[in-house]
Design a binder for this molecule. Structure first.
Ligand SMILES: Cc1cc2nc3c(=O)[nH]c(=O)nc-3n(C[C@H](O)[C@H](O)[C@H](O)COP(=O)(O)O)c2cc1C
Length: 183
């Protein structure tokens, strides 16, 4: 099953910028008040979220694969990963970690709850500010994903392939929301 690829940007207590690709990420129902990410224990991202309580979920478009894969490398915590990957910061409105320029959308989050499991943790973030690149979003149509090309990936026996969503030719007026039993 293809999963989304987002870049999570954080900063350490000492101010070092970090970015890492993440696929185990999901909105918690709608509207997008909360977001859930699953993290293995040994992650600078997790450490930074614990230290500062803040992170930004950036939605990269197809075309950013190379930078995404540089951020997937295991750099020591003192390395500025935005600089390593040639990514430009984008000032955030309500949190300290910058977003990443050239992405499609930015969810600024504050740590709400950490659910500890034996080998990993689930992080629930409160979305305190949400912005999207207006060139790819409209009130009437939502996201023009064919033009925006949000990055996804699918894993297989020979590694990982980057993919993006396309229209199947079918649509429906269905809209899940608060109070609907399906949501
Ligand atoms: C496409 C992709 C998706 C990933 N998704 C996750 C994930 O959901 N959870 C996780 O803990 N690591 C995930 N990783 C691995 C981290 O991105 C990788 O270990 C990275 O080096 C962590 O960086 P950090 O130590 O700076 O946080 C993913 C890697 C890739 C390439």
């Amino acid at each position: 099953m293809p999963l989304p690829v987002v870049l999570i940007s954080t900063i350490s207590r000492g101010g070092v910028r970090n970015a890492a690709p993440w696929s185990c990420v999901t909105p918690v129902l709608r509207p997008l008040d909360e977001i859930l990410i699953a993290s293995w224990l040994k992650r600078d991202t997790l450490e930074n979220i614990r230290q500062t309580g803040e992170f930004v979920i950036n939605v990269p478009p197809a075309g950013m694969e190379d930078a995404v894969m540089i951020c997937a490398e295991n750099f020591p915590p003192e390395v500025d990963e935005l600089e390593k990957a040639g990514l430009q910061p984008r000032p955030s409105k309500l949190v300290k970690p910058p977003g990443i320029a050239g992405c499609l959308a930015w969810a600024e989050c504050k740590l709400e709850e950490e659910i500890a499991r034996e080998k990993y943790v689930l992080i629930i973030g409160k979305v305190v500010h949400l912005e999207a690149d207006d060139r790819f979003f409209s009130e009437e149509e939502g996201m023009d994903y064919e033009r925006a090309k949000p990055l996804c990936s699918v894993g297989g026996p020979n590694g990982m392939q980057f993919v993006r969503p396309v229209f199947t030719g079918k649509g429906d007026k269905y809209a899940a929301g608060p109070g609907t039993p399906q949501c």
